[in-house]
Design a binder for this molecule. Structure first.
Ligand code: FES
Ligand code: FE2
Length: 381
C-alpha cells in the first residue's frame, strides 16, 4: 500500500501545472517522481494496475508448458495445454515459494520447488503433495478450487501479451484501437520475429527510459552512426491522446544529418515510433520491419527497469541470417547508446538542482509532455 493516497499529496497543483504548462515553459517531472517508493506504488494502484501492461511476447512461449517470469513483478506467464496464454501470481498457495524462477518448460504440471505442490497448467491445484500424510495428496478440508493459482487477466494482441492487474480495465480491443488504427497499413498477421536484444535490469526509472524512447531530439547526437541516415529536419512529433512518439520521413528530407558517416542500412529508412501509453511501444521501419520495445518498471524499486527490443518482419519475404544478424547488432548498439545516456540522466538526476525537473523542448518533446499528461490524468482518479 502506498503511503500516498492522492497525487495532490505528492505533487502540488503548482508542480503539476508546471509539468502541463505551455510548451516552451513546460517542465519535466520533478526528480522525486523517479525515485520515491511510495510514488511508484501510487503509479501502480492508480494507473498501471488499472490499465493494460505489455509484459511479454507470444513467440517467447511457443509450446504448451512454456513459462517465464515477468521481470520486476511477482507474476509469471505460461502457455497451457489448450494453447491459452495465462498469467498467475508467482507464489505457491502453500507457503508462498516462487514457482517459476526463469524461462522454462513446466511439463505437464507446475511443481513448487519447496514441498512439491503441483498445479495444472491452467492453475488448478492438482496435488497438495503429502499434505495429509505420506502419499496423501488431498484433504477434505483443502478445496483445490480455492487453493489454485491466482490468475491475472491476460489478453493477446498480435504477438504481444498484456495483463490487466486489477481486472477492471476496458477490453484489450478498446485499449489497442488507437494504435491499431494508427498502424492500419501494417499487416500484423504476417509478423515474424527474428531478433531480440535486452538489458535486464537497468538502474534507471522506467519513465526515464520511456521518455527517451519516444522523443527524436537525442537521435542525431546519441546515435550518429546507428541512425546516421535519420535527418534532423524531417521529424514529426506524435502527441495524440494515448498515442505519443514521433515519425521520420526520409523521402522528402534534405538530409541535414548526412554529414555524419552512415554505418548501416537498417535504420536509414522512414519510420514511426509510437507508444500507446503506458508501455505498448511499437516502431515501424519502412518498408517491412517492426521493432517493439518492452520497457517494464520494477514494482519493488523505482530506480530499476527492464528493457528489451524485438525485431519482426511484416512481409512474406524471409529474413536471411545475415540480415537478422545486422539488425541484431544494430539494435544492440542502439540500446547500448541509449543505456549510456539513461544512466547519465539517473546520475545527474541525483543533484538537487533537478528538484523541479528539467525543461521540455517545444520542437521535439511535446510527446514527452503528452506522456506526462496521460500519467497525471490517470493518477487523478
Ligand atoms: S511453499 Fe510450495 S509446496 Fe510448500
Ligand atoms: Fe535512442
Amino acid at each position: 500500500m502506498s503511503a500516498i493516497k492522492n497525487i495532490e499529496d505528492f505533487l502540488s497543483e503548482q508542480e503539476q501545472a508546471r509539468v502541463l504548462g505551455k510548451l516552451g515553459l513546460a517542465r519535466r517531472l520533478p526528480r522525486k517522481v523517479y525515485s520515491d517508493h511510495d510514488f511508484l506504488e501510487l503509479e501502480y494502484t492508480k494507473w498501471l494496475d488499472r490499465t493494460w501492461l505489455m509484459v511479454g511476447r507470444v513467440h517467447e512461449i511457443p509450446n504448451p508448458g512454456d513459462a517465464m517470469p515477468i521481470p520486476g513483478h511477482p507474476i509469471f506467464l505460461i502457455r497451457d495445454s489448450q494453447q491459452t496464454i495465462r498469467a498467475f501470481y508467482n507464489s505457491c498457495r502453500h507457503r508462498g515459494h516462487e514457482l517459476i524462477s526463469g524461462k522454462c518448460n513446466a511439463g505437464a504440471a507446475i511443481v513448487c520447488p519447496y514441498h512439491h505442490w503441483a498445479y495444472e497448467l491452467n492453475g488448478r491445484l492438482k496435488a497438495a503433495t503429502h499434505f495429509a500424510g505420506y502419499r496423501q495428496h488431498s484433504h477434505p478440508d483443502l478445496d483445490p478450487e480455492t487453493f489454485g493459482l491466482k490468475a491475472i487477466r491476460t489478453a493477446v494482441w498480435n504477438n504481444w501479451i498484456l495483463i490487466n492487474i486489477n481486472g477492471e480495465a476496458p477490453t484489450l480491443e478498446e485499449f489497442v484501437s488507437p494504435l491499431a488504427k494508427f498502424y492500419q497499413d501494417v499487416d500484423f498477421s504476417q509478423v515474424k520475429h527474428f531478433a531480440t536484444v535486452r538489458r535486464h535490469p537497468l538502474a534507471v526509472n522506467w519513465k526515464t527510459a520511456m521518455e527517451n524512447n519516444i522523443e527524436p531530439y537525442h537521435v542525431p547526437m546519441v546515435h550518429p552512426c546507428t541512425a546516421g541516415g535519420h535527418p534532423f529536419d524531417n521529424h514529426r512529433i506524435i502527441d495524440d491522446g494515448p498515442l505519443v512518439g514521433c515519425a521520420v520521413d526520409i523521402e522528402d528530407s534534405s538530409f541535414t544529418n548526412r554529414a555524419v558517416a552512415k554505418s548501416n542500412q537498417q535504420l536509414d529508412s522512414s519510420g514511426r515510433f509510437v507508444l500507446r501509453v503506458p508501455n505498448l511501444y511499437i516502431a515501424a521501419h519502412a518498408p517491412d520491419k517492426l521493432v517493439d520495445s518492452l520497457i517494464l518498471p520494477d514494482r519493488s524499486d523505482p530506480g530499476k527497469c527492464w528493457i528489451s527490443h524485438a525485431c519482426y518482419n511484416t512481409s512474406e519475404a524471409d529474413v536471411s541470417q545475415q540480415e537478422a544478424r545486422l539488425w541484431q547488432d544494430t539494435q544492440q548498439q542502439v540500446l547500448e547508446e541509449d543505456v549510456a545516456v539513461l544512466e547519465g540522466v539517473a546520475r545527474g538526476f541525483r543533484a538537487p538542482v533537478m528538484d523541479d525537473g528539467g525543461v521540455i523542448s517545444p520542437a521535439w518533446e511535446a510527446c514527452v509532455s503528452g506522456f506526462y499528461r496521460s500519467m497525471l490524468t490517470a493518477l487523478k482518479f
